[in-house]
Design a protein around this ligand. Structure first.
Ligand SMILES: [Zn+2]
Length: 315
């Protein structure tokens, strides 16, 4: 729901709608106090027409870092199982059309055998969801494991690919390549040497050219900044996304904090990490982070954040 008082853009629209309301009502009650702005704003809550019904709904979750090991700092690895169960229950209750897991599903183990067991544990919980699932590779996913091992563990064929759902195009990117083009895997890479592969950028350009649909992009490392949390060649990717004129938004993880930027008309949302924070004490807000993304007609978007995840209304 729009909150008319906190966003200049929404307020302006509220006033406009208020104006329409005034004209329509004038015929019935010429003396009614319709010029009251607060009343106009209250009446400007999205109505229940076609406009208010999402065309597509996607469940988003990132940075679960599941591991059967004691908490370290703010990361409570074992709690990720119950937090994900809660997220999946919400995704099911909201009848999402797809779920995108934005990377770092597992944290590092000291052997690939242990890592694969942890991956099975957490992925069994995600696989209990009703909607189809798509996985973005995070640096931790392919720290102990190779890409082949991780993808085998989640039954996904590729690390970068696209799919269509409910008349929208979705692109999953993989920035787990070193600057020399070698894929991450089996402890061969440094987390801050993240890059999209040259062949991947070529594929991205062709994939964007081939679709006629409004497009959403999913990545683990950020594409909207130049910090160590970004893919080093993020600007090359942004250029392609912008030139296509088809991309509505990019959703990303990795930095474990809420952030939102709009660059050249494209929203870039960095989502909060599910693994962060200890158990909620009595009377405290639940510790968790996940979101339901609604896509409306005209490419308008709203993100409903749960627990520590921020909400956005870009309608
Ligand atoms: Zn992470």
């Amino acid at each position: 729901m729009a909150t008319p008082s906190t966003d200049g853009r929404v307020s302006r629209r509220a006033m406009l709608r208020g104006g329409t309301l005034f004209l329509a009502a004038g015929a019935f009650a010429a003396n009614a106090p319709w010029t009251d702005c607060a009343a106009a704003a209250r009446d400007a809550e999205p109505d229940e027409g076609d406009d208010a019904k999402p065309l597509l709904r996607i469940g988003l979750v990132t940075d679960l870092h599941y591991a059967d090991k004691p908490a370290a700092g703010s990361r409570h690895y074992r709690l990720s199982v119950e937090r994900l169960e809660r997220a999946v229950a919400e995704f099911d209750a909201n009848a999402v059309d797809a779920i995108v897991e934005l990377g770092d599903l597992v944290d590092a183990a000291d052997s690939d055998k242990t890592e694969l067991a942890w991956l099975r544990t957490i992925n069994d919980n995600l696989a209990a969801a009703k909607a189809p699932r798509y996985y973005v590779l995070g640096n931790h996913c392919v720290d102990t494991l190779t890409k082949e091992q991780f993808l085998g563990g989640v039954a996904q064929e590729k690390s970068f690919f696209s799919f269509d759902v409910k008349d929208h195009h979705c692109i999953v990117l993989d920035a787990c390549f070193r600057a020399d083009g070698k894929p991450y895997g089996a402890k061969n890479a440094s987390w801050d040497d993240a890059n999209l592969a040259a062949a991947e950028l070529e594929w991205l350009a062709a994939d964007l050219a081939a679709t006629k649909l409004p497009t959403l992009v999913f990545a683990h490392q950020r594409l909207d900044v130049t910090t160590k949390y970004a893919a080093k060649n993020a600007a090359d990717a942004r250029k392609l996304l912008e030139a296509s004129q088809k991309v509505l938004a990019v959703f990303q993880g990795h930095e474990h904090k809420n952030d939102h930027r709009e660059v050249e008309g494209i929203h870039y949302a960095t989502l909060a990490a599910l693994v962060e924070g200890g158990p909620a004490k009595q009377g405290e807000k639940e510790t968790n982070a996940f979101a339901v993304l609604d896509v409306f007609a005209g490419g308008k978007l709203a993100v409903r954040g749960f627990a520590k995840q921020a909400s956005y209304d870009w309608r």
